[in-house]
Design a protein around this ligand. Sequence first.
Ligand code: SF4
Length: 65
Amino acid sequence: MKVIVAYARCEGHGMCEERAGDIFRLDDAGDLHYAYDGEEVPAAREADAKAAAGVCPVAALKIVP
Ligand code: SF4
């Protein structure tokens, strides 16, 4: 599973970070950093990545099986 991050859509609401702060992190400038950008999400982290994607209010995080 991968998460495709639409960085241009992200409005920095931070819900993803609240849900899974070690996967999604906003820096001091409000830019989103995704730990597994371009990579498969490790199996043990899939549930957290999916949950974080599900709370994004602007649907910037897309799950790709
Ligand atoms: S929840 Fe969505 S809009 Fe908010 S920081 Fe995460 S990706 Fe960006």
